[in-house]
Write a protein that binds this ligand. Structure first.
Ligand code: HAM
Length: 423
């Protein structure tokens, strides 16, 4: 076969898929506790939704979106992120009017045409959360804490919360102007920085090539209007009060244009250069900009692959309490009907069904495999071993005539007999 998974995508097989599901399960449990409800969003939307939300001059919109036309010539895009879709859904279904509180979360894959490397894919998974209609600093602090809590529940310890404020429409223009002045006096800017200087001077702050040169670069904090400054101060107070350590990072900016006031990233020292496990912030203008009523909002998204990588590197994965694995073997083809029937009964049984008692399997989660009548008993037992079976139930001709089957403990090799029908 000449097909391979497309560049930047990856298959998650068995235990890897399980880890993704574990992360999603832990996230769901935390988010439910904080009163979020799930929203399942489409994987593609009108391309214009993303262009308008994320910003025309961002890398995502300029270079990374998977845009295509459907058969009726509609311009669509695979979602590069979930916030724009969540906002579209809130407006479309008038959720701020119909729900008493709009706190939504989603889990699923996102698509960006980026240069693949460890921790960076073209299709990747996110768990995202969006809180609408609460302008208070407590909502920002809650958002940071929820994200951090999920990472803690994943067992991660080498994380750092980076926090900054980007101000609002009133105070950011002066900061942008000051940045432009500052950068105009800098020589030898890289191509990306020169290109961004006109439309997006904030992005120069996190340039990986030039960033270290920018000593004495203006700080947004010095330009915040009294309201944004007070807001940022309170967010910090609330985080301190809740015992969450953070770093105020004046160089922190975001690759999406919709943010206002608080922005944050949670980085890990356990992964390589793609160290942002989570990112988010406040976006008080976006709902209105997309045609809804003025509604403040704040949220975050976790990058699932990076979190799984960090958890593996920190040996933080707790293997789930496995089910009891049962293998059904037959000594010859003559008993295949009986063994197959028994296996179906066991697989469809409930925890307290009669078939389980006697096998010592009542009240246990089980995973059942077999029988494979065409294989010899020896190779069935080998397969049972390779599958990690705890018990093998052997249908032997002599024993079955007497109404019993053999139960073999795969660890101790000890065997006993159990009656399955009257003699
Ligand atoms: P973002 O920073 O673009 O924000 O992505 C959030 C997280 O997704 C990143 O911190 C990273 O862990 C993960 N991520 C991003 N790109 C990739 C990639 N190519 N491969 C693997 N992981 C990746 C957003 O998406 C915003 N929607 C977050 C938000 C929600 N802000 C407010 N609400």
């Amino acid at each position: 076969m000449n097909f391979k998974a497309p560049r930047g995508t990856h298959d998650l097989i068995g235990p890897e898929a399980l880890r993704l599901r574990q992360l999603e399960e832990i996230s769901r449990n935390v988010l439910y506790k904080w009163n979020y409800s799930e929203i399942c969003l489409p994987s593609f939307e009108d391309a214009g939704l993303f262009t308008r939300s994320i910003g025309e001059s961002t890398d995502i919109v300029e270079k990374e979106m998977y845009v295509f036309e459907d058969r009726k010539g509609r311009k669509l895009a695979l979602r590069p992120e979930g916030t724009a879709s969540a906002v579209r859904a809130v407006i479309e279904h008038n959720l701020t009017q119909t729900l008493p509180l709009v706190k939504l979360f989603y889990a699923g894959s996102m698509f960006r045409y980026e240069r693949p490397q460890a921790g960076r894919y073209r299709e990747f998974f996110q768990v995202g959360a969006e809180y609408f209609g609460n302008p208070e600093p407590a909502a920002d602090a809650e958002t940071v804490i929820v994200a951090d809590e999920i990472l803690r529940k994943m067992g991660l310890s080498k994380t750092e919360i980076h926090l900054n404020s980007l101000g609002c429409k009133a105070c950011r223009p002066a900061f942008r102007a000051a940045l432009k002045d500052y950068f105009a006096s800098q020589k030898d800017l890289c191509g990306d920085c020169r290109r961004r200087l006109e439309h997006n001077p904030l992005r120069l702050l996190d340039c990986k090539i030039d960033g270290h040169k920018f000593e004495g670069v203006p700080k947004m904090e010095d330009f915040l209007c009294p309201e944004c400054s007070d807001h940022f101060g309170r967010v910090r107070e609330l985080l301190q009060q809740s015992g969450r350590a953070f770093i105020v990072d004046h160089r922190l900016v975001r690759g999406l244009d919709y943010y206002t006031k608080t922005i944050f990233e949670i980085r890990s020292a356990s992964v390589g250069s793609q160290d942002a496990l989570c990112a988010g912030g406040r976006y008080d203008n976006l709902v209105e900009e997309l045609g809804g009523a003025s509604t403040e909002a704040v949220g975050f998204a976790l990058g699932s692959e990076r979190i799984i990588l960090a958890a593996s590197n920190e040996n933080a994965f707790r293997e789930p309490q496995g089910p009891v694995r049962v293998f059904i073997a037959v000594s010859g083809e003559s008993l295949v009907k009986e063994a197959f029937g028994f296996a179906v009964k066991l697989k469809t049984s409930s925890r307290n069904d009669e078939i389980r008692s006697g096998l010592g399997l009542e009240d246990k989660a089980i995973r059942v495999e077999g029988p494979f009548a065409k294989k010899s008993l020896k190779s069935q037992l080998k397969l049972a071993d390779r599958l990690g079976a705890d018990k093998t139930i052997i249908f032997g001709e002599e024993e079955y005539k007497l109404g019993v089957v053999i139960i073999r403990d795969m660890k101790t090799q000890g065997q006993s007999e159990v009656r399955v029908r009257p003699a």
